[in-house]
Design a protein. Structure first.
Length: 198
């Protein structure tokens, strides 16, 4: 029986990067105000991969970020270019056919002391799925808390202690606020009627 050849080091590295959520790389020439983006990263931003690999303006990159994140990302990139060192920033993409993605850029900016130029380079990690899993876990925990506080309320009633009941009621209200964060937006059924999905 013959054995399969060992995996090529590049294939193994690609598999490890994929498993880690890495979707691409970036290089930022701060002096020129241009970013070169790898294909998958460019695709998530809705940019042509070939054009993005050659470099796009900082403005073109920022135009593909969520409006609420744009100024923060621009400031982060500018500050990193001024001082150098590590950079890490998370932002959302614009809505597209694949939805809004949450991306994390991580890397380092090197400054040339002689001429003041700076170049950053690093990786991009898609954290969208991690956030979804975290939200599902948080929702499960809050639902369990709600079940327990309902049972606790019944026990407090049995003791006939008004102060204890009042404290449990306050806890129920706070848990209710947490549960409300997980409710979907109501869908309109008609005049004055809405439907809520749970």
């Amino acid at each position: 029986m013959t054995q399969a050849p060992p995996p090529h080091p590049n294939d193994e590295l690609r598999a490890v990067l994929d498993a880690s959520g890495v979707v691409g790389a970036w290089v930022h020439d701060h002096w020129a105000g241009r970013l070169a983006l790898s294909g998958d990263f460019a695709g998530l931003l809705g940019l042509d991969p070939e054009v993005a690999a050659a470099g796009v303006s900082l403005g073109a990159f920022l135009d593909r970020t969520h409006p609420e994140d744009r100024a923060r990302i621009e400031s982060c990139l500018h500050a990193a270019g001024e001082v150098g060192g590590p950079i890490e920033a998370e932002f959302r993409t614009l809505e597209s056919e694949i939805g809004t993605r949450k991306l994390l850029i991580r890397g380092r900016v090197e400054r040339n002391a002689a001429d003041g130029t700076a170049q950053g380079r690093g990786i991009v990690i898609d954290t969208t799925e991690n956030r979804s899993a975290d939200l599902r876990q948080a929702e499960r925990l809050v639902n369990r808390m709600a079940e327990h506080v309902i049972a606790l309320r019944a026990l407090a009633d049995g003791l006939g202690q008004a102060n204890l009941t009042k404290l449990v009621d306050g806890l129920m209200i706070e848990i209710g606020f947490e549960l409300a964060k997980f409710l979907h937006e109501p869908h309109t059924l008609g005049p004055g009627r809405t439907e809520r999905h749970h």
